[in-house]
Design a protein. Structure first.
Length: 232
């Protein structure tokens, strides 16, 4: 497939794959080595996403999340063909990271976001709503720091990393605060994928919730900034 692509497209897909690999490897790995300590997990996700956004922003736009790419596809900020390629690259990077963690003996099930009951018993509907709101906040920050031309140069990685940290600090005990279908799926496939009904429900939570939140975030942003030109 890559042999038929331009060098520019190849670079974008490699950037998306590498960045999503890093997010999954460090994020899920931090859960494993810290025993799930909330602050450690939040900081690890926030830092790695911050630096990978900064590193890949000028190559691919640093989506690093299928939900973000779908939001950009829906508003014509990226064409559908390239958007699908982005999503495949993101999933590939995340699944490879999950495989590496699995190979070194990591508890990939513990590293897979799942509805929790440490504070309240979260229902499927509540989990979808939480994931949607967390991703909405993430998408709003992406639009304001990475997409809007009025944003100060170089602030995107910092802002996006911080909102992910904040989202995990609040939503981590409730849903795992994935906000990202690839981050969830990358470790899910190496655990007990599809072995019971709960896992099938989780598939719905961590795809529908983030995609709804990303779409709401980008559409409301466009309502707040009428006349802004769409660009990848």
């Amino acid at each position: 497939m890559l042999s038929n692509m331009s060098k520019e497209t190849e670079a974008k897909l490699y950037a998306e794959g590498v960045a999503t690999f890093a997010l999954t490897f460090i994020g899920a790995g931090a859960i494993w080595v810290s025993g799930g300590d909330l602050l450690t997990v939040a900081v690890a996700h926030g830092i790695i996403l911050s630096v990978m956004v900064s590193a890949t922003m000028n190559i691919s736009g640093a989506h690093i999340n299928p939900a973000v790419t779908i939001g950009f596809m829906a508003t014509n900020r990226i064409d559908s063909k390239l958007g699908i390629q982005y999503i495949l690259a993101q999933l590939g990077g995340a699944i490879l990271a999950g495989f590496v963690l699995y190979s070194i003996g990591a508890d990939v099930i513990a590293g897979t976001p799942a509805p929790g009951d440490t504070i309240i018993d979260v229902s499927t509907q509540q989990a979808i709503l939480i994931e949607a709101i967390l991703t909405f906040l993430l998408m709003t920050v992406i639009m304001g720091t990475a997409v809007d031309d009025r944003a100060p140069a170089g602030i995107a990685g910092f802002g996006i990393g911080l909102v992910v940290m904040a989202d995990i600090l609040m939503g981590g005990p409730l849903t795992g605060a994935a906000m990202n279908p690839a981050r969830w799926a990358g470790v899910w496939v190496w655990g007990d994928m599809g072995m019971d009904t709960a896992n099938n429900i989780d598939l719905i939570i961590y795809t529908v919730g983030p995609i709804m939140g990303a779409l709401l975030g980008v559409l409301l942003w466009d309502k707040m900034t009428p006349g802004e030109e769409s660009s990848e």
